[in-house]
Design a protein around this ligand. Sequence first.
Ligand SMILES: N[C@@H](CCC(=O)N[C@@H](CS)C(=O)NCC(=O)O)C(=O)O
Length: 222
Amino acid sequence: MLEIWGRKNGNQVIQVLWTLGELNLDYKRYTVGGSFGGLDTDDYKTLNPNSKIPTIRDNNFVLWESHAIIRYLAREYGQGTLWPNDPKKAALSDQWMTWSTDGLMGTFFPVFWQLVRTEESERDYEKIAKMAKKSANILSILEGHLLNNHYVAGNELTFGDIPLGVLLHKYFILDIERPSFPGIEAWYQRLCNREAFQKNAMAPFGSSPSEWLAFEKAGEYD
Ligand SMILES: N[C@@H](CCC(=O)N[C@@H](CS)C(=O)NCC(=O)O)C(=O)O
């Protein structure tokens, strides 16, 4: 059976769990990382020398780097669904996956980090507002695309929607100023209607380090 290492609330872990859910794959998950620790043991480092999550093992095949994992799972188990048959659609999906990290992650993740994983007294609200605005500017590119497409590679969900979906869920939940993005909002609503998204990507994460920690612990026993 497929195995995955990672706490349920890790941004990159959520992406892989959602992928597994979309593909209806059975798996066994081991809780490591965050307050659970376990990443610096020799056993774990043999699997993933980076001491990061997620890591998967499919029979004897070990893989780390969340996006490589998602692409592997989609190609191996989701031909014609998460992995589109049309190479151009697969390339588009890939394009948006890379864009999620190169285009959006570096700008938006600090907003999330400040508003959830930083004590209120230590937050830099000027930086938060600045980065939220920058994120919105970047997102206008995605908006232009989603006004004409149901998902990033066309009419069906593909692997390229996954990293963006996990990030954008945070974007819509945080208390920040957001311009109106009808295309992105409709796409996000489509994701919210999917069972695998609801189950894996919509767990609460709180609005302070202590709430984050409480949800981290609670989430493991859902
Ligand atoms: N580029 C790596 C980044 C992995 C990463 O930074 N994972 C975070 C969690 S999402 C981590 O391992 N943090 C340490 C921890 O959870 O203790 C990937 O996409 O898999």
